[in-house]
Write a protein that binds this ligand. Structure first.
Ligand code: FES
Length: 104
């Protein structure tokens, strides 16, 4: 499945990048930016960012279940990704309040 139409990144590309990133000692947080840079891609419009985060989160969970990456790297990555997702939800909620305020 294509995740990013600007750079033609698929979920399989992201999976391969995550395996390589999370297999490193002291694996960094696999943010969409880091994963794209690992694939030598640059986000253009960034409209794929929410889907990229969801995809990264799902793939990290699956790779952990399958024992293909270290559970320690998964735990760290998941906690960071959950926080990113929560921040995104808070920003969406704040924008909705601004829109409602403007409508009144
Ligand atoms: S859809 Fe991914 S950068 Fe535009």
């Amino acid at each position: 499945m294509i995740i990013c139409s600007c750079t033609m990144v698929s979920d399989r590309d992201i999976e391969q990048a995550l395996i390589e990133i999370l297999s490193q000692p002291n694996a960094p947080l696999p943010t969409p930016g880091l994963v794209y840079r690992h694939m030598s891609k640059t986000m253009n419009c960034c409209s794929c960012a929410p889907l990229a985060v969801t995809t990264i989160y799902a793939i990290v969970e699956r790779l952990e279940r399958e024992g293909r990456i270290c559970p320690c790297a998964c735990a760290t990555a998941k906690s960071h990704l959950i926080r990113l997702d929560q921040k995104r939800a808070q920003r969406r909620a704040a924008r909705a309040v601004v829109v409602l305020d403007a409508a009144e």
